[in-house]
Structure formats: C-alpha cells, structure tokens
Ligand binder design. Structure first.
Ligand SMILES: [Ca+2]
Length: 540
C-alpha cells in the first residue's frame, strides 16, 4: 500500500497557486519543501470539464466522525457536474463531495447512496456497523446526489425530467467516478492504486450497475441489499397493498386502514409458526433459519377454528397472507415475480413499517404505500396521481418496462469486469422486506448459469445470503459483519472470502459465519449455538 506523498501534495499546492496552470498534473517528484502544507483551497481553481467546484477547504483531524470513529485531516471538495434546467423547470446537477486525506493510503472509495438518492452524504466511506469508515483508514472518498436534489432519499419527483432519470439510473455513477479520479490524480500526483465502490440498498443497485455498465472503473465492488429491478419487484408491493387493504377494517367512509390488516399479535403468531417449521432444519433450534432453501410454510395452520382471537388468524387473513407470500400473478395465473422467502422478520417492527405501517387512519404511512418512485420514475410517462390500489397486473407492468432500460441492474454480462479482474461481493438479508431476496438470488443464479458455473463465477462475484437479516441490516439476525475489509483482501491480497464472520445485538454472545452461496450453516450436533466452531458451511 502506498502512503502519502506529502511531496506530491505540496507540489500540487505550488502549481495550483502559481496560476495559469491549474488542471496540470504536478510532477510526481518535484523538489519542493516537504514542510509546505497542502493548500486545499487551491483545488477550487482546478480546470475541470463541465464541472463547478463550489468549495474547497481543509478539515483538521478529529473534526468529523462517523460511527464513533474520528477522521484524519483532509481536503473537502464540493461541486457539481453539468448544472442545467430540466424539462420540468427544476435546476439539476450531479452534485458530489470528495474528501482527500492528507495522508493517503492509495485507495479511492465511492460511497454509494440509498433510496432514490437526492442528498449528498458525508464522504467518509461508511457502509454499516462493523466496518471502519474508509476515510479514517486513509482512503479518498466521494459521494453523490446522483443528479438531483430531493427533500429526502424517497423524493422521486426528479422522474419528471428524462435526463434526471438517466443520471440517477447510471450516468452520474460514471461522471462522478471520472471526476473524482481526475481530481485525485491532480491532487496526489498519481492515480489511485485501488478503486472501490461500496453501497447498500439503492447503493447496492449502483454497485451492480457499475460492474455491468462501467466495468473499467472499479477493482472491487460491494453491493448490499441491491434493489436491482424495481420495475418487477414492486409488483409484489402492488399485490400486497391490494390484498391487505381488501381485508383491512374500514373507516366510517369505507376506506381501508391498512395497518390493522394484521395486529402485532397476528404477526408474532406467524413469525412463531415460521420458526417452528424452519428453525431446526439446520440442526439447531436457535432462532436463526440457516437452512432457508428448505423452508416453506403456510399460515393455514394458524387459521381459527372458532371466533378470531389473538391466538389465530381469520380465514380472510390466511388467504391473503399466503397469496402475498406466493408472489404476484396476472389474471392468467402467470407468476410475475418470485415468492418471498418465509422468515422471522414478519414479527419484527421493520416488516410492519415497510408493508402495512402504523397509521390508524386510511392514509397509510407504510414504506410501500408511500413509495413515490413507482409513480415518478418507474412509470413512463410519470403518473404522479396513480392510485396503487388500482394497479392492474395485466396492463400496468408494461408501463414500467421503459424504466428497466436505464435502471435495472440484472445483466449477467460481466465480460468487461472479468477481463479487468474485478471482484464483486453481493449480500442480501433473507428477511429483507423491501428487496425481495428471492429476486437477488434469482439474478445470481442467472449470473452463475451465464458464466460457466459456480466456481468460475466465484472468481469474480461472490454472494452471501444473511439469515434473518432485514433490509441492509436489522431483523432477528447476526447483522454485524465487514464485507469491505473482505473486498480489500480479495482485491489486494487475492484472498477470496469463503465466509463473513458475524455478530448481532439480537443474539448477544453469538458469533457465526455467513456462508458463501450456495452453502448454508449447519449445526454439528453438539456444543454451544454461540460458538462458530459448532457450525459448518455445507451444501444445502
Ligand atoms: Ca436454526
């Protein structure tokens, strides 16, 4: 690993402040005074194509922290690429933030976004609990708003502008990467030794897009919980909203109160049933469904034989829940997206929040009911007033196909990524109730089929299913692990990850491997459930 060249930093400062030569590469070994402090503000004068540097400043050590970790001294550069006015009259640009540590370890990290982006996160290189922020280790880190500004990461109104859709779907990833590499080269006097992209959720999708569309940009990519095909996956959301509102209690106007379709007790009952059926399939009734490929269930066994009470489900609840879990179908009975895996997440607050919400009025607050991206980005043309409860499984899926062309990340063509010897680590929680993990598994199986089988595919793309984990993290799971150090070791040392060691607040004292797909963890038959030595990663 290279470490900083203060000499190069100082050379940059001298060049940039000399005037008239901004944008020139500094000589790598210019004989300048090593004691000369780098001038972060000089970065503002860089001559960059179609880019405005809005600010450039020095941030001293221990001023910024993330996950309790202090950041080293660095230059903070903020700017925007291609500012313009969209067809909807809104000002757009691809905004970015780049942090350049004064002591550089040679790594460049693109920290991915989430949701539908629209905000610029602090470029510290954070991914998840258990992972040291990349900037704290000396990496140069960039983040982006992906081409628009939103009131939050769920604000999809940018979908009214076609160019903003494309910038968000893939283009900003390319442009911001090129910009960041350009500035890094000019600042340090050399290109990054290693380039990484790390992201989860919407950021997981971005990692897939980069491997598939821009394979030259990154040596290593981490994609967590990738939302890889919303144009299809959201069909499950539409089905859920229709089925569950149909059985929901109604207000005085006859409008459904979605959150009351299932009580917390109902959901705990279902989660308990799933665990009874599936927990011990891995040899250990320990609260974790490791043998998820063998897990199938039906809530029919929970149906009331008499009046509905807290110990059973009504016939209408049973029918609706099993249909939703089995996946959306059109009127001809054709399955439009895979069935959702059964998981203990159903009894957790995250599941309620994502699917049916907590609102006691007919205006739902669930994440799926309030999703704006389907209306604004995934329907062409955008349909801001569309009523999800009127979604037609025969005709409306076609309205979402145009968006697939610029946002879906389901290609199995990794030829470019393989040729540059790129490494891609993908993971998803088996309890993810925003991204159906069955869809991610389907794509990975297709990738394996298109690339010569599992062993050949594992040379460049490795996949991990995390039992019980929700969206990116959470759930009743061992959800604290470090895929980022794993990708560094794979790229820089050739150590391909065979497993990811994990802990989690749901199971204090427990450590266990997350197994490399297609292997699952199986109990050896004796010893503590908390000791990783008592589980083996085996073929399912
Ligand atoms: Ca188990």
């Amino acid at each position: 690993m290279t470490t900083t060249s203060m000499r190069a930093l100082a050379a940059f400062a001298v060049l940039a402040t000399a005037g008239g030569r901004s944008g020139a590469l500094p000589p790598a070994a210019a004989p300048v005074a090593a004691a000369l402090a780098p001038d972060c503000t000089a970065l503002k004068r860089l001559d960059l194509t179609n880019t405005v540097i809005k600010s450039a400043m020095r941030v001293e050590a221990n001023v910024v922290s993330a996950n309790g970790v202090q950041m080293p001294a660095h230059c903070l550069v903020s700017g925007e690429i291609h500012p313009r006015i969209g067809v909807d009259g809104v000002r757009y640009s691809m905004g970015f933030e780049l942090r350049l540590p004064l002591t550089w370890n040679g790594r460049f990290v693109f920290q991915g976004g989430g949701g539908v982006d629209g905000t610029i996160r602090a470029a510290v290189g954070s991914l998840r609990a258990g992972v040291p922020p990349a900037l704290s280790q000396g990496a140069a880190v960039v983040t982006s708003d992906m081409g628009h500004t939103g009131v939050n990461t769920g604000d999809a109104t940018f979908g009214l502008d076609p160019q903003a859709r494309i910038d968000w779907g893939y283009n900003a990833l390319d442009k911001v990467t090129l910009l960041a590499k350009d500035v890094i080269g000019k600042f340090y006097g050399s290109a990054p030794k290693y380039a990484y992209y790390i992201g989860s959720s919407g950021g997981g999708r971005q990692g897939l897009i980069l491997a598939q569309r821009f394979p030259q940009h990154f040596d290593g990519i981490v994609s967590g919980a990738p939302i890889l095909e919303q144009h299809l996956a959201q069909l499950g959301s539409m089905q859920m909203l229709k089925e569950f509102t149909a059985i929901s209690p109604k207000n005085s106007s006859g409008a459904p109160i979605l959150s009351q379709s299932f009580s917390d007790a109902d959901l705990k009952l279902i989660a308990g049933g799933v665990l009874r059926k599936c927990d011990a399939l891995d040899g250990a009734a320990d609260g974790l469904i490791e043998n998820y490929p063998a897990c199938s269930y039906s809530v029919a066994e929970l149906q009331c034989t008499g009046a509905k009470d807290a110990t059973c489900l009504s016939p209408a609840q049973v029918a609706a829940f099993d249909r939703v879990m089995a996946g959306p179908r059109n009127s001809a009975g054709v399955l439009l997206y895979p069935a959702t895996p059964w998981d203990s997440i159903i009894g957790e607050p995250e599941w309620r929040s994502n699917l049916i919400g907590t609102s006691v009025t007919a205006v739902s607050n669930s994440r799926k009911a309030t999703n704006l991206s389907i209306k604004y980005v995934f329907m062409t043309p955008a349909a801001p007033t569309f009523d999800y409860l009127k979604f037609n499984m025969d005709t409306d899926p076609a309205r979402m196909l145009a968006s697939a062309s610029f946002s879906a990340a389901t290609s199995t063509n990794y030829q470019g990524f393989k040729e540059r010897k790129g490494k891609h680590l993908i993971y998803v929680g088996m309890g993810d109730s925003l991204v159906n993990p069955a869809g991610v598994n389907r794509w990975y199986r297709e990738l394996v089929a298109a690339n010569g089988g599992i062993e050949a595919t594992q040379q460049f793309a490795r996949f991990f299913n995390v039992p019980g984990m929700g969206h990116s993290d959470g759930g009743r799971a061992l959800d604290v692990f470090d895929p980022v150090t794993a990708i560094y070791n794979w790229v820089e040392k050739g150590q391909a990850p065979e497993q990811l060691m994990a802990t989690g607040a749901s199971f204090p004292g427990r450590t266990r491997a997350i197994c490399l797909f297609p292997k699952i963890a199986r109990y050896v038959g004796s010893g503590s459930f908390d000791d990783p030595a008592n589980f083996r990663c085996v073929a399912p």
